[in-house]
Design a protein around this ligand. Structure first.
Ligand SMILES: [Zn+2]
Length: 416
């Protein structure tokens, strides 16, 4: 990231960055409003806006309707001026979105992860999907401003290195940012996928307008994204939010992280499926076996939720067991962070009815409330593109940082 204290390379460039940042923040605004909010003199505002319109960065987007007096022409970012790519990957698949400079998703593509998950194969596949996204975006390649990557494991986001992933043991110390940057020659940022999902839900989803928010991502692992004072919180060494690795069972199952009894070993989807398989092997009767065609290796969480919806005892019992652990862990996080709301991202539509209400009950019982009610448990609403879209927002935020003279000028001065 470019430090806020960095000196702009020249005054006009700095003013242009500032004007663009204000247009992005406030949406459609008039020249007069820009002059008032930036404290830049009006003749300078007028001249620079003319230049930014000529360069295709800003467009005139209608007239103000409120108030009396002359209607003023409003200015907005020009979505056609450029785009970024956000890409997310996990154990099974990768998904990319093209996002215009206004923040709108303009294209989406996905593909399975390579069968052989060597680091080289994964990086090659990520680059191939990004190339394909660029071709399908409807923009010239020269309009690509940057790439954001959402990683399933623990990352050093400052260095742009994927440190480790409990789901993919070989994925360690991969300098992903450098590898992707050297291929595309545009800025690249890397962060954990739970955080990019949290950023996306905060800007566009169920967490809009909140200053203090937790997002619990339940799936192949369990992560917690944290918004504090309106900003993503990463922690001292980028490890904040590892809720899946809080210890919940004494002498519990061994975890991929090297510890034992972690929340992930009893409440993640692979953990629940392992428990289903063991119960079926021990002779327990359940509709899950039928739904999976009596093939143990075909059992998925969709089967478990469907069976639970029909009142299947095994499915309901195992889900209840997992939700208790999950609920207590979330209650602990609520007591630590005091959020306004907790979003649950459960990746299964059927999960919402079965998870949200019981967790709300646990939170109501086990968190401290001096006044009012406990935080509301909500369902995350963006869906499958949240991680990739949030990664795209990371790179847009960097490109538009108001004082980032050097980076901002890449947007301002590049004529297509
Ligand atoms: Zn663990």
């Amino acid at each position: 990231m470019v430090a806020m204290t960095k000196k702009p390379n020249n005054k006009a460039s700095f003013y242009k960055s500032t004007l663009i940042a204000h247009v992005r923040h406030y949406g459609a605004v008039s020249r007069t409003q820009l002059g008032q909010s930036t404290h830049i003199r009006m003749p300078v505002v007028t001249a620079l806006i003319r230049e930014l319109i000529e360069n295709g960065v800003l467009v005139e987007s209608g007239r103000s309707v409120a108030g009396r007096g002359r209607k003023q022409i409003l200015l907005s970012l020009n979505g056609r001026h450029g785009f970024v790519v956000g890409i997310e990957f996990d154990l099974d698949h990768m998904l990319a979105v093209g996002v215009d400079v206004c923040g709108n998703v303009v294209a989406k593509q996905s593909m399975p992860m390579p069968a052989l998950k060597t680091n080289t194969a994964i990086v090659k596949a990520l680059i191939a999907l990004t190339e394909s996204m660029i071709r399908e975006s409807g923009y010239e390649r020269s309009a690509l401003k940057g790439i954001g990557i959402a990683d399933p494991g623990i990352v050093d986001s400052k260095a742009g290195v994927s440190l480790m992933c409990t789901l993919m043991p070989e994925w360690r110390n991969v300098p992903l940012r450098r590898l992707v940057e050297s291929h595309f020659a545009v800025p690249v940022l890397l962060d954990e996928n739970t955080r990019t999902k949290t950023l996306c839900e905060h800007r566009h989803g169920a967490g809009q307008g909140l200053q203090h928010l937790l997002l619990i991502d339940v799936g192949s692992g369990i992560g917690c994204g944290i918004i504090m004072d309106g900003q993503l919180y990463r922690g001292h060494t980028n490890m904040a939010g590892e809720l899946g690795h809080v210890r919940v069972v004494e002498n519990g199952p061994i975890c991929n992280c090297g510890s034992s009894g972690c929340l992930e070993t009893v409440a993640s989807y692979p953990a629940i499926i392992r428990q289903v398989i063991k119960a079926l092997q021990d002779g327990t009767q359940s509709m899950i076996a039928e739904l999976a065609g009596h093939r143990l290796e075909a059992i998925s969480m969709a089967h478990v939720f469907e069976a639970a919806g029909h009142g299947d005892k095994l499915a309901l019992g195992l889900l209840d067991h997992a939700i208790q652990y999950l609920g207590y862990a979330i209650a602990n996080a609520v007591n630590l962070f005091n959020p306004e709301a907790v979003l649950i991202n459960a990746h299964q539509a059927a999960a919402e009815d079965l998870i949200v209400a019981p967790i709300q009950q646990i939170i109501d019982r086990h968190t401290i409330r001096l006044s009012g009610k406990s935080p509301e448990i909500r369902v995350a609403k963006i869906g499958e593109e949240a991680g990739a879209w949030g990664a795209a927002m990371l790179i847009l935020d960097q490109l538009f940082a108001s004082a980032a003279g050097a980076v901002g000028s890449a947007i301002i001065n590049r004529r297509e």
